[in-house]
Design a protein around this ligand. Structure first.
Ligand SMILES: Nc1ncnc2c1ncn2[C@@H]1O[C@H](COP(=O)(O)OP(=O)(O)OP(=O)(O)O)[C@@H](O)[C@H]1O
Length: 315
């Protein structure tokens, strides 16, 4: 049963121009997308750069103005109340970004970064606030020493964990994760993704997981929409998207995933080496009109050979 629906969401940015700076056109960044979110599940939003994924996430949380469409949360239309600072919706729906560093105030210590959402949304005593901060530290597996540190003192993976701790501070129902691991090394990516999954299992959080990478999404998502130029070209369960993609664009994204099975990877590597070797060899050959092969060393040799053939013909 879904707890939140996004219906026919559109975000169009006006393009201004001309002498009077009037609206001459629009960027149709999001052009009519519909989504259903279920408790404890992960909804993947995948597409190439510029397809409208981030704008969708930001529009849902209230960081972008919606042109038309609706967001219904637990039966209430919240389309216009998303920007109210203290609304239940804003407490329940949180967002984490690719670059957690720039989403944290560099002049604030971890203590204040974690305390901020608690003060905004929980209305608790200072003792309760401190208790919650300690709980958050336990969730991310960090000691109290980190509380007096600043964001720049942490590695990328640690910062992303802190970003997640901040997002879960007020027991959200859903986290919108916009490319949460794409700035991290591969090994750290896996740690952060597993951490997100653990939190989901423990607290029943739903994710809207935004990524350009179908390989990463495969590990995380139950349901996936493929976005292209502001629209969904395909939506379905994870298994269906991976085993039976319907749209050519989905196929293209799938073919970009490096294979993770070691044997297949090895076979692919050998095949690639064979193709590359054959290609290199071809580059050093010149075929005349009758299919006779001449060895060539450089590209200019190719021209010379071709020219001499022409000269011969002209003679
Ligand atoms: N404030 C804005 N004004 C005008 N156009 C914008 C604005 N923000 C985004 N766009 C355009 O909207 C389209 C969708 O951008 P968006 O950032 O949502 O894509 P994306 O799929 O998240 O890509 P990326 O992964 O590169 O962020 C792009 O063409 C982008 O240039």
């Amino acid at each position: 049963m879904s707890f939140m629906q996004v219906k026919d969401l559109k975000v169009h940015y006006p393009i201004r121009g001309g002498f009077f700076n009037t609206v001459v056109d629009h960027v149709y960044a999001v052009d009519g997308v519909t989504m259903d979110f279920e408790r404890g599940k992960t909804y993947g939003l995948v597409g190439e750069s510029g397809s409208g994924k981030s704008t969708t996430g930001k529009a849902i949380i209230g960081l972008e103005k919606i042109t038309s469409g609706n967001i219904v949360y637990e039966g209430q239309d919240v389309t216009n109340s998303r920007r109210k600072r203290d609304s239940a919706y804003n407490r329940d729906i949180q967002m984490i970004f690719q670059d957690s560093h720039s989403s944290m105030n560099p002049r604030k210590r971890v203590l204040d970064i974690l305390a901020e959402p608690i003060r905004n949304f929980m209305k608790v005593t200072p003792q309760e606030e401190r208790k919650r901060i300690n709980e958050l530290l336990a969730i991310v597996g960090m000691s109290e020493d980190v509380l007096l540190k600043y964001p720049h003192e942490f590695s990328g993976g640690q910062k992303q964990r802190l970003g997640i701790a901040r997002a879960v501070a007020c027991n959200p129902k859903m986290i919108i994760a916009d490319e949460p691991v794409s700035a991290l090394d591969l090994s750290v990516q896996a740690q952060v993704l597993n951490f997100m999954k653990d939190i989901q299992e423990q607290y029943g959080i739903s994710y809207l997981f935004i990524s350009h990478d179908l390989g990463v999404v495969r590990h995380m998502c139950d349901h996936i929409s493929i976005m292209y130029k502001g629209r969904f070209v395909e939506t379905g369960k994870r298994e269906d998207i991976y085993t039976n993609p319907q749209h050519i664009y989905t196929n293209r994204l799938l073919s970009a995933i490096p294979d993770i099975e070691p044997e297949t990877r090895n076979e692919r590597k050998l095949e690639r080496q064979r193709v590359e070797a054959a290609y290199r060899e071809e580059q050093h050959k010149y075929y005349d009109k009758d299919g006779k092969v001449y060895p060539l060393k450089t590209v200019s040799d190719t021209h010379k050979a071709a020219m001499s053939e022409d000269e011969k013909e002209g003679a």
